[in-house]
Design a binder for this molecule. Structure first.
Ligand code: NAD
Length: 359
């Protein structure tokens, strides 16, 4: 019997976990791909684009019969009971944000792998959904800001006079921040960036941006590439430094996050009235509280002429490429956890150990 891999339609997302192109490139030649009807419609992949041997199936058929069920976000808890015993559900469970998820999974009879818990090692890079989605969000944040800004990004020398380039400040130079820097630079802006990880300095500089250093950052090499919580004294000094630069910036892209914690507030409410009229803040850390004190998650507000966009879901606005990338990450994981056409979960494997949140 060949392995049945079922792909669910998302409830609240335009993306689909596996695209027709992903399946075409898949190394799992023996597998049967079952796609829930309409699953790819909103990302540009209608049912008829999932050509044979892919089969279009109902949600119930997939939940009840597939060996592996794949989605971008998990199905609602009310459907957990319909999922086949001993099958494997692969999704983004975000256990570092949702403390209840592990308890909800504990008494289910299926297994679960959380794509967002795959260790961020070199070996697992091709499965890293956090990076692929953050990279889209960083790009989109700059495009949104450019659209909103009443000024040019690049320097312009025209017969109607010269226009100076926009100044962009990027807070947090991880995956999203580095992509925001690269995109802003391509659009011709002058860019400076903050981070607390010393490794970020060289990456920022290699993209042609200035790295702003605040002395005394705690940097833990053992934190798996992540930032660690900074002292209140350090954050106060950093806020003062951010404020001095924010008042000269046209655009601020906020991406600073500390995994499993509230995002550090680095732009105080008092900074906003001192910023240039028309400037734009895009806060990608909105869902964990935001780097700007005034950010409202899921909302765009205007305060003293400054537009503050609070959105941590920007990758959802680019569903075609986001699906393609997410699907590639999933396929790379599937190749890693299957052997000779069957599931082969090796419990001692670092990737399985890190991401199997329900065995
Ligand atoms: P993230 O989304 O958790 O955080 C975004 C950025 O905010 C990080 O760079 C972090 O250092 C920064 N930050 C936190 N507090 C800050 C503060 N007070 N001021 C300024 N910046 C602050 O992180 P991420 O982007 O998902 O990943 C961060 C890093 O992890 C990557 O840049 C990379 O070095 C590493 N990583 C490694 C791999 C790999 O080896 N395969 C994969 C992905 C990420």
């Amino acid at each position: 019997m060949s392995l049945i891999i079922g792909v669910l339609k998302e409830k609240d997302d335009k993306r689909v976990a596996i695209t027709p192109d992903n399946i075409k490139r898949s190394k799992l030649k023996e597998a049967q791909w079952w796609i829930e009807n309409g699953a790819g419609e909103e990302s540009g992949f209608a049912d008829q684009v999932y050509v044979s041997p892919t089969l279009i199936k109902s949600r119930q058929e997939i939940l009840q019969q597939a060996d592996i069920v794949v989605s971008v976000f998990p199905p609602p808890e009310s459907e957990f009971g319909s999922i086949r015993k001993d099958s494997l559900l692969i999704s983004q469970f975000r256990p570092y944000q949702d403390e209840t998820i592990q308890a909800k999974l504990a008494n289910q009879s299926f297994r679960a792998i959380s794509m967002d818990m795959i260790p961020r090692t070199t070996l697992a890079q091709a499965m890293d959904v956090l990076s692929s989605m953050a990279s889209i969000a960083g790009y989109k944040a700059v495009i949104l800001a450019a659209q909103q800004l009443p000024r040019y990004f690049p320097m312009m020398i025209t017969s109607a006079g010269s226009i100076r380039p926009a100044k962009v400040l990027v807070i947090g130079a991880g995956v999203a921040g580095l992509q925001a820097i690269a995109t802003s630079r391509k659009l011709g802006a002058i860019v400076e960036a903050f981070d607390v990880r010393s490794a970020a300095k060289e990456e920022v500089q290699s993209l042609g941006a200035k790295f702003v250093e605040v002395e005394g950052a705690k940097d833990d090499k053992g934190a798996g590439g992540y930032a660690v919580q900074q002292s209140e004294e350090f954050l106060a000094r950093q806020r003062a430094e951010v404020q001095a630069r924010a008042t000269k910036s046209d655009v601020i892209i906020c991406t600073a996050q500390v995994r499993g914690r509230k995002a550090p507030v680095l732009i105080e409410a008092a900074t906003i009235p001192q910023m240039k009229h028309g400037s734009v803040i895009v806060d990608l850390a909105a869902s964990t509280g935001g780097n700007c004190a005034l950010t409202e998650n899921g909302k765009t507000i205007v305060v003293n002429g400054v537009t503050i966009i609070g959105d941590s879901r920007l990758e959802m606005d680019m569903p075609e490429d986001a699906s393609q990338m997410y699907g590639n990450n999933v396929l790379n994981l599937l190749t890693h956890i299957t052997k000779d056409g069957a599931l082969n979960l090796r419990m001692e494997d670092e990737i399985v150990k890190g991401s199997l949140i329900k065995a």
